[in-house]
Design a protein around this ligand. Structure first.
Ligand SMILES: *Cc1c(COP(=O)(O)O)cnc(C)c1O
Length: 223
């Protein structure tokens, strides 16, 4: 068993069964992914369309790829044939394009709405107001090839635990509000993707159902 496989196994022991682990393999080679694959791991996250397309073509078909980065509208077509989940939907325009490309491929694509919960200006994401105007729009109600299955967010990069915890709690609150207002009778809407290598424990305590872990599994990234 390789180092990556060992790390994955240790991780799965540490997290509750209801929490899914997305192994963030960005910048890492196929061998590292296959190491995890060989011990049964299937969910991997990438944040660059080009890298993901190359990896998806070379690696086994039963890998569930999650796109976790900012996705440009003009690149949706490259991943639409195979992507399992697009985690970072941050506009109606993007949702429209995902629906269009999913339809072309005769499939339904799972999406998460990305919320801006961090203090940093630079992080992408919706406000509650933005999300509600998407969900209230006539356009959204006509999209038959997307399935919004939950929310995603990234906390501020800081060692102030109180702040990080309160940002996770805010995302959980957004999830609960949306569930009640828009998805009450929709069993698909159930995911809260929050928590990374440095803060996954707190995220799980605050209600995460999906953590995205890179460096703690694959080692530090150079870029
Ligand atoms: C890189 C990345 C991660 C994983 O970060 P680590 O700190 O290496 O675990 C999680 N989520 C997103 C959106 C990322 O870009």
């Amino acid at each position: 068993m390789g180092k990556v496989a060992e790390n994955i196994s240790k991780f799965l022991e540490q997290i509750p069964e209801h929490v899914k682990l997305v192994a963030v393999s960005k910048t890492k080679p196929n061998e590292a992914i296959l190491d995890a694959y060989q011990v049964g791991h299937r969910i991997f996250g990438e944040n660059k369309v080009q890298d993901l397309s190359v990896k998806a073509a070379q690696l086994p078909n039963d890998i569930e790829w999650h796109f976790i980065g900012h996705l440009q509208t003009n690149k949706v077509k490259y991943i639409a044939p195979f992507i399992s989940m697009i985690e970072a939907v941050d506009s109606l325009k993007l949702l429209k394009e995902i629906n269009k490309q999913a339809k072309k491929n005769q499939r339904k694509i799972k999406c998460l709405l990305q919320f801006h919960i961090a203090e940093e200006e630079s992080k992408f994401g919706l406000s509650m107001h933005d999300a509600q105007s998407i969900l209230n729009s006539e356009q959204y109600s006509s999209y038959e090839n997307i399935d919004i299955v939950g929310v995603m967010g990234m906390a501020t990069y800081t060692d102030n635990d109180i702040q990080v915890r309160s940002e996770f709690a805010r995302l959980k609150g957004y999830f609960d509000d949306l569930k009640e207002k828009y998805f009450q009778n929709n069993d698909h809407f159930k995911e809260i993707s929050m928590g990374m290598s440095g803060d996954f424990r707190m995220a799980i305590e605050e209600g995460s159902t999906m953590i995205r872990v890179g460096s703690a599994i694959f080692g530090a990234r150079n870029i």
